[in-house]
Design a protein around this ligand. Structure first.
Ligand SMILES: [Zn+2]
Length: 131
């Protein structure tokens, strides 16, 4: 019984130590993947265009009624923005949307300061492989 508890305590100790040596990669938030820069710009532009389209529609809906019973044509700005969105959708980047994170080589993990100290110690004794 005591031996089992000591083994569990030792395992917990080692788990805590290992957890202190690495953390989620800051370059990819631990996913191992990063969004291609061209895709990031494309998505940002798409978000902006959608926001402009919403604002134009909202402005159109909120304007005072014009001619009762008259034809309620969409304002030209809405058509222009929708055309810009359609053009933007056709101009998606050709590259893959995500690539393996350069910082962590896709592992999603990076060494903490304590982890660097530990790997330096291992390297001094020849136990760490060089990338
Ligand atoms: Zn990463």
């Amino acid at each position: 019984m005591d031996r089992d508890r000591r083994a569990d305590d030792a395992a917990d100790h080692w788990m805590r130590l290992l957890e202190a040596l690495e953390c989620d990669c800051a370059g990819c938030d631990g996913t191992g993947w990063t969004l291609n820069a061209q895709w990031r710009e494309w998505q940002q532009r798409a978000t902006e265009l959608v926001a402009v389209a919403h604002a134009a529609r909202r402005a159109h809906e909120l304007r005072p009624a014009q001619v009762p019973g008259g034809i309620d044509a969409e304002p030209a700005i809405v058509a222009v923005v929708e055309r810009a969105i359609a053009d933007h959708m056709r101009s998606r980047p050709a590259e893959p949307e995500e690539t393996v994170c350069d910082a962590c080589r896709g592992t999603g993990r990076q060494l903490t300061p304590a982890g660097h100290l530990f790997t330096d110690l291992l390297a001094r004794h020849g136990f760490v492989r060089q990338w």
